[in-house]
Unconditional design. Sequence first.
Length: 134
Amino acid sequence: EHETKRDLLAMDHLIETGGFLIQPQDLQKGLQQGELLVDFFQIPPASVGESGSYGAILFQSGETPKLVSLGSAGLIDTLVLRYRNLMTGQGDFALDSLETLNEKTDQVIAETYGAVLKPLMPHLEGSRKILFSP
């Protein structure tokens, strides 16, 4: 968790000092009132054997960009892979009965939502259009 906070502070510094090739204010100028751009990023692991973490920068017209920590890259990668397998009928979902598939669907969607979207929810209020950038 300490490394995540450190990396988020470093990202905050890049925003403040203009260390990006595309400046945050340029992104914000392209957004209409009520639009929110969510740009996901991966923070590299602090040491070998760790998975790193994911975060998101939220851009809105006329507002300071917000940083949101999403948590462990290993956990989120696993959840997203399970979600993709569910949607394509691959992996451990390939031979499931409809009843089992329905149960797993609820679980996979809830877990993926909890890790990726729930941390963003407090920042989405007032947004009528949300744009996601991987």
